[in-house]
Design a protein around this ligand. Structure first.
Ligand SMILES: [Zn+2]
Length: 129
């Protein structure tokens, strides 16, 4: 988006795959090999789709839980934080670190879960502890 708005940056390539691809929204969150590995951690059958909307629908179908949007947002947030740690803190992108971020954020969301989804959420979250 910054490139399209003529805001100059030294590099627009994706840091999660060593600058092989341009960092677009769809690449960063769904098509990058790093991101695909992150998604397959929570959804082993995930196959990237053409655009963000189809990816969300695909993940919704595979996750099959009422809190799928919370999960999707947390994975995107974890990928974004991993990307920012690489750019701003010179940390090498790591699936382990991305999963650690995801688990930490997931626990915070769990504590705020509504009672009606609490038990379903607990069963799901226990898979990742
Ligand atoms: Zn990439």
């Amino acid at each position: 988006m910054l490139h399209q708005r003529n805001l100059h940056l030294p590099d627009y390539s994706c840091v999660l795959c060593n600058g092989v691809h341009l960092e677009t929204r769809d690449h960063l969150f769904f098509h990058c090999q790093f991101s695909i590995a992150c998604w397959r951690y929570i959804c082993p059958t995930f196959t990237p789709q053409l655009n963000v909307h189809r990816n969300i629908m695909e993940l919704k179908r595979h996750l099959d839980v009422p809190f799928h949007m919370e999960i999707i947002a947390l994975v995107c947030w974890s990928i974004w934080r991993t990307r920012n740690d690489c750019i701003f803190n010179n940390l090498r992108p790591s699936l382990y670190q991305c999963r650690h971020i995801f688990k930490g954020e997931l626990n915070l969301v769990f504590h705020r879960a509504k009672r009606k989804t609490y038990s379903n959420f607990k069963v799901w979250i226990d898979r990742f502890r």
